[in-house]
Design a protein around this ligand. Structure first.
Ligand code: TRP
Ligand code: SF4
Length: 329
């Protein structure tokens, strides 16, 4: 059975973009493949090393988000990167064979540095981010990696590192391949890409009153200045959410209503609030109950990490052998 691996950085609780872009897909994949889902706290440190105080809380919250969304820790291995030290060892070994030029050329490297200009990212760890990510994947010999479009280059780099490794030491690793889910972009409440750092995110566990507070004042198609002005849903951030969450039939009605000005934007937004409330009611309930049992969540991560470490250690034994590291007893 092929293995799937994916991960998220513990930078905060999950929003609708995470659900549509990743989590929904993971929940399906775990039915078909042996799956590993990792919370990558070391990766969080590459950008948040000056202010790591939130990382621990976020780990528990993200684990709760995953499980409430349907990731089943009995079926999939759900674990914490920093509890599986083998990732660090493989990262170090891979760093020996990874040319600097490959890392300097990663488009996200310079882009992130520009975007997070309030932090000093001229560090060794930040440059090595994709090497650590490669270790995360190939230590389980995972062949499938469900990720967003923005991670494509990282997986490509992982393949290049694998090819170089296999060429130097023999065929140890399969080449991983990304699974890109074609998802329509979900826009945030201000019309930009939904992102926690923009402060425009709708979280998976937002209760109805918060949904109303966020969605009612949302930007809409600028053509609809007055109630009687027809609009074009394609140019409306609210519509990106309807597209992802409202059933087709109801959506057709709304489309009609918008383009003929027979409904107002507030009517349209009320439907969205209803749909999101309905869709995430069970999630919210489950998450709430999980968050009352934080110790259990931690226990699940510890147990998952033990399971992961057993697989990872087997791979590393092979790696040490072919690289000629250590003493054979
Ligand atoms: N870089 C990924 C992101 O920011 C997180 C990540 C770390 C990851 N290791 C991984 C994703 C391994 C997939 C596989 O989203
Ligand atoms: Fe957007 Fe709905 Fe208003 Fe049309 S009616 S502009 S889709 S909020």
């Amino acid at each position: 059975m092929k293995r799937v691996l994916s991960g998220m950085r513990p930078t905060g609780k999950l929003h609708l973009g995470h659900w549509v872009g990743a989590l929904q897909n993971w929940v399906e994949l775990q039915e078909k493949y042996e799956s590993f889902f990792v919370i990558v706290d070391w990766h969080a440190l590459t950008t948040d090393y000056e202010n790591p105080s939130q990382i621990r809380e976020n780990i528990v919250e993200i684990a709760a988000d995953w499980m409430a969304a349907g990731i089943d820790p009995e079926r999939s291995t759900v674990f914490l990167q920093s509890l599986v030290k083998q990732h660090a060892e493989l990262h170090l070994l891979l760093s020996m064979i990874t040319p600097l030029g490959w890392l300097l050329r990663v488009p996200t490297y310079k882009e992130q540095m520009r975007q997070l200009s309030d932090r000093d990212l001229h560090t060794y760890g930040f440059l090595g981010y994709p090497v650590l990510q490669t270790a995360d994947i190939i230590i389980y010999k995972a062949e499938l990696v469900p990720v967003g479009e923005d991670q494509k280059y990282h997986i490509e780099l992982a393949r290049e590192i694998v090819r170089r490794f296999n060429h130097l030491y023999g065929e140890v690793f399969p080449e991983p391949k990304e699974i890109l889910t074609p998802v329509p972009k979900i826009l945030g409440t201000d019309g930009r890409k939904m992102s926690k750092s923009y402060g425009n995110a709708i979280f998976m566990d937002d209760p109805p009153d918060v949904l109303r507070r966020k969605i009612f004042p949302m930007m809409t198609d600028t053509r609809r200045k007055r109630r009687s002005d027809p609009g074009k849903p394609e140019d409306c951030p609210v519509w990106t959410l309807h597209r992802a969450f409202t059933p087709e039939e109801k959506r057709r009605e709304l489309y009609q209503g918008c383009t003929t000005a027979s409904i107002g934007c507030l009517d349209c937004k009320r439907v969205l609030v209803e749909e999101l409330t309905l869709r995430f009611a069970a999630f919210r309930e489950k998450k709430e109950s999980l968050m009352r049992k934080k110790e259990e969540i931690k226990e699940i991560l510890v147990e998952g990490s033990r399971r992961a470490a057993r697989v990872a250690e087997q791979t590393l034994e092979e790696v040490r052998e072919v690289m000629g590291i250590g003493i054979k007893v």
